[in-house]
Each structure stands twice: as structure tokens, then as C-alpha cells.
Unconditional design. Structure first.
Lengths: 282, 244
């Protein structure tokens, strides 16, 4: 009798998370769009909210957001531009009040196109697939969902993480990877060397940034991220020069390319972007 | 800068009003060559206050600026590889590919270890000036061992060496070796190939140059205008953008 009640409530729980997972997978489709429909920082905050909100409420809000995304796509209301360096963030979690890294990436003219941290889509990417609807079957489904596909480096065999990052790079057309290491979060630091080698094979630049929840290292992070984004832009420029034209088939002179890249001084940028760092006091 | 050649350089301490310091530099240079602001094609800012200078048309990060500067300031025979910049408050290593493009970089700016500030502090204790530090250390015959890389710990270590009556020149030589070791630790083992070029104010110091050569066991080049390498690079980018 008791067992039946548990099974009922467990099934409800799995369905509830399944709904959230479905909404997120829909959302990821819109997120893939280039130019971007939503700032990566906002996406990060949305994914963070999953950890702080009741699941049902989050799924409901995600549904509304997906409708808005569809509208934006139809009306071609983009927040990003073409040719912005597309950045993937991986490594230690970037939890809500500490969002200086995504903010800096977007302030410096990049677009945060993918997030592989554990506050991102990782927690919801795979659904719990129940084959046997009995209590035992559901427990098995939960166990295999929450231990097997998890790409956290606390697990010994973590080749899945490299696989997933490679997949994301291909899907989202990533041009650079920011590897965030939270002070004291050592497991990610151990994997950095391996990741650097793997991405080196793909010719994707990677930068390791170490930070914590303080605000005092914003300027230090800024110079690193700014230089990293300039590095990607110049690399892209060298590639285009080899081809002699950009993706639209226009011939780019060197000077033209530079103007193409410059997005105005950051103070101008900050004013135009209501979600920019000024709003958060950085 | 004109036609890819450096015309003149000016250095001033930033002070607390970086904006008017920048204006002063532009005014001084314009007056000297009898030109007005409109004759200058493009002004590019780089370095710590680059974002807030009103005189500048745009700004660029130091890393990109240094990598560009090397194209002009590298001595003959230098094969692009590693650029070691020892600045006043940070030091960085930039890895270049054969076409002088930035491949990767590492930076130390969260602490003063391995920076010009380290030299300044030690020079002050040893009652000498920053421009004497290099020549004095070259006279050393038996460099002291300084284990601390942290400025504050090294300071007390140096004071105890002074108390034990060690020669000033030996202490300075030891300081340079300690700095070189600290910076070499930052270098990536995976980035090989090419030569090492030193830039930044630190490269003016002959002592640190020798310490680097000893520690690396290979030739280390010094850029033509070490202190202005970043500025030259920014000027080079400005001349590309301004179409000069």
C-alpha cells in the first residue's frame, strides 16, 4: 500500500522534471540560432533559476519563454550580430550572483553560445527514461539517469565530457572555450591539461580563468577575456584573409575588417545594453 | 608612428588623473612636431586605463598590442615564439605562431611576484635606484639564494640577508634569479619552438636579462624599445585602422 503511494508520487515527480526537460530541449533549439535570440548571460540566469525555483513553475515560465523565442525568430529580433566570436564556458559552476564571467564575455563583444558547466543544461539534458513503470523500474531509471550520463569530473572515467564538449563545439559553431576554475574546485583544474590537448587537436583556443565569488578580480578577468576575444577575432581574420572574402562573399580590406570588428567603445556599448554589466554594478 | 617607423616616444607616470596625463602626452608630442590633433590619423589606447581615455579613438588589450609591437621591435634574427613582458604591476608570457599571431598567453597580475614592483621594493631596501639594479647585479660573483617569490616575504628575506652582511650586488643577482625562476614557472611546457623576446620596462634591466639566459640556458632577445613595445603595437594597429 505504502509502496503504491510512493510509486505514484515518484511517477509524478519524474513526469514533472520530464516536462521541464522537454521545454529546455525546445529552448536549446532556439538558442542554437545565429545571430543569437537571447544573451548568453540571460540564458545562464534562466538555467540557474532551475536550481532555485519549483520545477513546475520553471517549466511553465520556460513554455512562455519558448513562445517569445518563436516570436523573436519570426520577427527577426536578434540581440547578437553575425561574426561575433562564439564562446563556450565550461569548468566550475557559475552560480547566480557570481556571473561576472558571462557578463565580461558579452561586454567584450563575444557571444556566450554554450554553457557546459553543471549549472547549465547538463542537469536536464538527458530525460529519465522509464521502461518498467513499477517502483523498482523507476528507481533503476533514476539511478541510470543520474549517475551514468553525468559528465562531472568527480567521476573517474569522464571521457563523456570531452565528447559532449566536442559535440557542442560542432553544433553551436564554437570558436573559443573559456575554462572557469573556481578557487578550491580542484576537480576541474585536474582535467584542464587534458582538455587543452583535446581542443588543441580541434584548433580551438582555450583560456583558463581562475576566480571566486569576490568582485575584486573583475579587472584582471576583463583583460584576459578581452585579449582572448581579440585573439579569436584576429584568428578569424587570418582565416578570412586566406579565403579572400567573408561569409557573405564580400571582399574585406584589412581596415574594413577592423571596423567590422570594433563595436564602439565599451561605455557606448554599456549604455545600449540594458542587461550589460552596468546593471549589475560591475 | 609614421610609415611603420617609430617617430618619438614619451613616458609619464600615470598619476591619479589618467585622462589629463594622456592629454598632456598628446599635447607635448603635437607641439614638438608642430601638428594639431586633426593631423593625427588615429590614436589607440592600451594598458590599464585604456577604456577611459578621452583622447583615444579606440582601445586594444595589452596582449594584442604587445604581439603587434614585436613585428616592429624584434631584433634581427628573432624567430617568433615567446614574448616575456615584465611590466610594473604584471608580467605576461605571449606565445606567437610563425606569423606573429597570438596563440595563447599566460598572465600574472593577481600578485606582484615576478613584476617590476618586486625590483623596485628590493632596490629601495638596498638603497639603490631602479636603473642601477641591473649593472650592480652583473658585478656579483656569488648570487644569494632568495627563495621567496612573494614581494612581502622576499622583502623580509632580503632584510635578513642585509643583516648578515651579504654583499648588495650578490643579493641583487639573487633577486633577479628568483624573478626569472618565478616567470619561467609560468611558461607552458607544451609551447615550444621559436625564440624568447623580452619586453616591458623589466627588459631594460640587464640583470634580469642575464638571469633569464642563465635559467633558460639559451639566448634571450631584448626588444628594440622594451618599455614602449605595447605602445608601438597599439600604434601599428592604429595605423592599419587609420589607413596611414
Amino acid at each position: 500500500m505504502m509502496c503504491g503511494e510512493w510509486a505514484q508520487s515518484l511517477a509524478e515527480g519524474i513526469n514533472m522534471v520530464g516536462e521541464a526537460q522537454y521545454e529546455m530541449s525546445e529552448f536549446l533549439r532556439y538558442r542554437r540560432h545565429d545571430p543569437a535570440l537571447l544573451h548568453g548571460t540571460q540564458v545562464m540566469a534562466i538555467m540557474n533559476a532551475y536550481s532555485y525555483m519549483p520545477v513546475k513553475m520553471w517549466a511553465g515560465q520556460m513554455h512562455k519563454l519558448n513562445l517569445e523565442m518563436r516570436l523573436r525568430l519570426e520577427q527577426e529580433r536578434f540581440v547578437g550580430r553575425k561574426n561575433q566570436p562564439r564562446i563556450l564556458v565550461t569548468g566550475s559552476p557559475i552560480a547566480f550572483p557570481n556571473i561576472k564571467i558571462p557578463l565580461l564575455i558579452e561586454e567584450m563583444g563575444g557571444i556566450l553560445a554554450a554553457d557546459e558547466t553543471c549549472m547549465g543544461e547538463r542537469g536536464l539534458y538527458d530525460p529519465v527514461s522509464v521502461i518498467d513503470p513499477g517502483f523498482d523500474g523507476m528507481m533503476r531509471a533514476l539511478a541510470s539517469r543520474y549517475t551514468k550520463p553525468c559528465t562531472c569530473p568527480v567521476f573517474v572515467d569522464n571521457s563523456q565530457r570531452v565528447y559532449r564538449i566536442r559535440q557542442m563545439i560542432k553544433e553551436q559553431k564554437i570558436q573559443g572555450v573559456v575554462y572557469h576554475v573556481l578557487r578550491g574546485c580542484l576537480v576541474y583544474d585536474y582535467e584542464y591539461q587534458m582538455m587543452e590537448g583535446e581542443l588543441g587537436k580541434l584548433d580551438i583556443p582555450i583560456i583558463r580563468v581562475e576566480s571566486d565569488y569576490n568582485e575584486e578580480d573583475v579587472e584582471q578577468l576583463r583583460i584576459r577575456i578581452e585579449a582572448f576575444i581579440e585573439l579569436i577575432k584576429l584568428k578569424e581574420y587570418a582565416k578570412q584573409k586566406k579565403k579572400g572574402c567573408d561569409s557573405n562573399g564580400q571582399i574585406l580590406s584589412r581596415i574594413g575588417w577592423w571596423f567590422h570588428l570594433s563595436e564602439g567603445r565599451p561605455d557606448e556599448r554599456r549604455e545600449s545594453d540594458q542587461y550589460g554589466s552596468a546593471a549589475y554594478g560591475y | 608612428m609614421k610609415d611603420g617607423k617609430v617617430i618619438n616616444t614619451v613616458v609619464l607616470p600615470t598619476g591619479i588623473d589618467n585622462n589629463s596625463t594622456a592629454k598632456k602626452i598628446v599635447a607635448a608630442l603635437s607641439k614638438k612636431y608642430g601638428v594639431t590633433r586633426s593631423d593625427i590619423g588615429y590614436i589607440m589606447a592600451t594598458g590599464y586605463s585604456r577604456k577611459i581615455l578621452e583622447v583615444a579613438d579606440d582601445d586594444i588589450s595589452e596582449i594584442t598590442a604587445h604581439a603587434y609591437g614585436v613585428r616592429v621591435t624584434a631584433p634581427e634574427g628573432y624567430r617568433p615564439g615567446m614574448v616575456v613582458d615584465i611590466g610594473g604591476q604584471d608580467s605576461k608570457i605571449i606565445y606567437l605562431d610563425a606569423n606573429y599571431n597570438v596563440k595563447n598567453f599566460t598572465m600574472n597580475d593577481k600578485c606582484a611576484a615576478g613584476t617590476g614592483k618586486f625590483m623596485e621594493v628590493i632596490a629601495q631596501i638596498l638603497e639603490t635606484t631602479i636603473d642601477q639594479v641591473g649593472p650592480l647585479s652583473l658585478e656579483s660573483t656569488a648570487p644569494c639564494d632568495i627563495n621567496s617569490t612573494c614581494v612581502v616575504f622576499a622583502q623580509s628575506e632580503v632584510i635578513s640577508l642585509v643583516a648578515r652582511k651579504f654583499d648588495r650586488r650578490d643579493i641583487l643577482a639573487g633577486m633577479h634569479l628568483s624573478m626569472a625562476k618565478r616567470i619561467i614557472k609560468m611558461m607552458k611546457k607544451s609551447e615550444k619552438g621559436g625564440d624568447i623576446l623580452m619586453t616591458g620596462g623589466g627588459a631594460l634591466n640587464t640583470g634580469i636579462h642575464r638571469a633569464f639566459e642563465e635559467e633558460m640556458m639559451k639566448d634571450v632577445y631584448v626588444a628594440k624599445y622594451p618599455q614602449f613595445n605595447g605602445a608601438v603595437g597599439a600604434a601599428l594597429i592604429a595605423s592599419e585602422r587609420g589607413g596611414i
